[in-house]
Design a protein around this ligand. Structure first.
Ligand SMILES: Nc1nc2c(ncn2[C@@H]2O[C@H](COP(=O)(O)OP(=O)(O)OP(=O)(O)O)[C@@H](O)[C@H]2O)c(=O)[nH]1
Length: 409
C-alpha cells in the first residue's frame, strides 16, 4: 500500500538523518582513561571511606597518641593517611555513577554488557545535541516537497507538510539519540497526521446517536466505486444489526439500477426503484417514505456518476440533495486518481457540500496523495477506504492507522 509514497518519505528520512548526523555534537564527556573500572565498585561516601580503609591503612591512619613518637613521625603518618584518603576519594569520584545514567542509555549498555564501562562510553552516541537552522534543511525539504508532489499531494498540502516539518525541526537545540531517523520520522508523522485528521468524526458514533432513519447520499464521478461502496456499507450496517433500504437514484446510466439490484438481492435488502430516466429525487423520496413506514434504520441512495465540470448535472445533484435533505452526503472517488480526485472533491464540496469522503481502490497501488489531500482541501474527513471488491473490503479510516501504514517497512 502506498509503496511509492513510502519510498519518497524514506528517502527524505535518510537525507535529513545524514544532515543531522553531520551536525550533531556529542554532549557526553568521554572518560580519558583507557582501562575499565571494576563494574562492581560502589561509590563510597566520604565519611564511609575512612571506615572502609584496610586494617593496615586504618592503623597508619590512626591519630598518633604515643608520647614517645616524634613530631616528624606523626606528620609523616598523617600525610600518608591524607594521601591514601585522597586517592580513595579520587577513585570514587572518577568512577561514573551508574544511577545518573538515563534509562535508554542503560538499556544501550545492557546490549554491550561484556564490554567495559569506558569502552561502552566511547561507543555511546546516544547523548547528542543538534541545532538546525532553516538553511540546513533547505535541500532535504526541497526534496521532500518534490517527493510529495510526485506522490500526487496537492501543492498547498505539500507546502503545509513541509512547513510543519521545518517548524518542528529548526530553531531549537534538540537532544537526539543514536537513531537520527527517529527525530525526522516523528516530525513527518506529526505533520501528516495533522493534515489527515482535519475535522475527523467517528462514523459509527455519529450514526448510533442519530435519529433513525439515517439518510446517506453517495455522489461522485462515473466508475469510481459508488455502487460498490453502497453495497459494502450495507453489509457493514447489517453486521451491526441495522436495517437498510437502497434507493436506485442512478436512473441515468443503463444497467445502474440492475447493478444495485444484484447487490440488494445478495445482501437481502429492499431496493426502491423507478423506470430508467425517472427523476432521481422522486426515487429517493419514495425510499425515505418506505424507511419511515417500515422503521428501517438507513436509506443509502445511489446517484448517477457525473463529471464535476458538467454544470447541468452538478446542479441536478444539488437539487437532489436539497430536496431529499440527507443526513450525510458522501463523496466517493478512487485513490488512484490522485490530484484529479482532490480537485473533484473540492468541486463537489462547493456544489452540495459534502460531509466526508470514501476513497476506493486503495488496493490498486495508489500513490497516497489523494488520501492525504482530500481531507485538507475540503475540510471534511475521509470516512472509509475501499480496499478491494469484496463486501468486507471497507476499512474505516483511522488517521493513526494510516500513518502506521505509511511508515511501516
Ligand atoms: N480494486 C478495487 N475495485 C473497486 C473498489 N471499489 C469499486 N471497485 C470496482 O470499480 C468498478 C466501478 O465500481 P462501481 O461501484 O460500479 O462504480 P460507480 O461509481 O457506481 O460507477 P457509475 O455507476 O458508473 O457511476 C467496479 O468494477 C468495482 O468492482 C475497490 O475498493 N477496489
Amino acid at each position: 500500500m502506498f509503496n511509492k509514497f513510502k519510498e519518497k518519505l524514506g528517502n527524505f528520512k535518510k537525507a535529513l538523518s545524514k544532515t543531522i548526523d553531520d551536525k550533531a555534537v556529542d554532549i557526553e564527556p568521554v572518560p580519558e582513561a583507557e582501562e575499565d573500572f571494576e563494574e562492581d565498585i560502589e561509590p563510597i561516601p566520604e565519611e564511609e571511606a575512612l571506615e572502609t580503609l584496610t586494617e593496615e591503612e586504618s592503623y597508619e591512619a590512626k591519630p598518633v597518641t604515643v608520647a614517645s613518637a616524634t613530631v616528624e613521625t606523626e606528620d609523616r603518618k598523617k600525610a600518608e593517611y591524607r594521601k591514601k584518603l585522597e586517592n580513595r576519594k579520587k577513585a570514587i569520584e572518577s568512577k561514573p555513577e551508574e544511577e545518573n545514567i538515563p534509562e535508554e542509555k542503560k538499556s544501550f549498555f545492557k546490549k554491550f554488557s561484556n564490554i567495559g564501562f569506558t569502552k561502552k562510553a566511547k561507543a555511546l552516541v546516544l547523548n547528542r545535541e543538534v541545532y538546525l537552522d532553516s538553511k540546513d534543511l533547505e535541500e532535504p525539504l526541497w526534496e521532500l516537497e518534490m517527493g510529495l508532489l510526485e506522490s500526487d499531494l496537492a501543492l498547498s498540502v505539500s507546502e503545509a507538510i513541509v512547513e510543519s516539518v521545518k517548524k518542528q525541526l529548526t530553531g531549537t537545540t534538540k537532544r537526539i539519540g543514536g537513531n537520527t531517523g527517529e527525530i525526522v520520522e516523528e516530525a513527518l508523522k506529526k505533520a501528516i497526521l495533522d493534515v489527515v485528521s482535519a475535522n475527523t468524526f467517528d462514523f459509527d458514533e455519529y450514526v448510533k446517536d442519530k435519529e433513525k432513519p439515517v439518510h446517506i447520499v453517495f455522489v461522485g464521478i462515473n466508475g469510481t466505486g459508488k455502487t460498490t461502496s453502497i453495497a459494502k456499507m450495507t453489509h457493514r450496517l447489517l453486521k451491526s444489526d441495522y436495517s437498510v433500504v437502497l434507493a436506485a437514484g442512478d436512473t441515468f446510466r443503463a444497467g445502474a439500477i440492475d447493478q444495485l439490484g444484484i447487490h440488494a438481492d445478495r445482501l437481502g435488502v429492499k431496493m426502491i426503484k423507478h423506470q430508467p430516466g425517472a427523476d432521481p429525487a422522486a426515487v429517493i423520496y419514495d425510499a425515505v417514505q418506505y424507511a419511515k413506514g417500515h422503521k428501517i434504520d438507513f436509506i443509502l441512495s445511489d446517484t448517477a456518476g457525473r463529471m464535476h465540470t458538467n454544470l447541468n448535472l452538478m446542479s441536478q445533484m444539488e437539487k437532489i440533495c436539497r430536496v431529499s435533505t440527507p443526513d450525510l452526503i458522501i463523496f466517493v472517488d478512487e485513490a488512484v486518481a490522485g490530484n484529479d480526485a482532490v480537485e473533484r472533491a473540492a468541486q463537489f464540496n462547493d456544489a452540495v457540500p459534502i460531509d466526508g469522503s470514501i476513497l476506493t481502490k486503495i488496493d490498486a497501488d495508489a500513490k497516497g496523495g489523494a488520501a492525504i489531500s482530500i481531507a485538507y482541501i475540503t475540510g471534511k474527513p475521509i470516512l472509509f477506504f475501499g480496499m478491494g471488491q469484496g463486501y468486507e473490503d471497507l476499512k474505516k479510516f483511522d488517521p493513526e492507522w494510516f500513518i502506521g501504514q505509511l511508515f511501516n517497512q
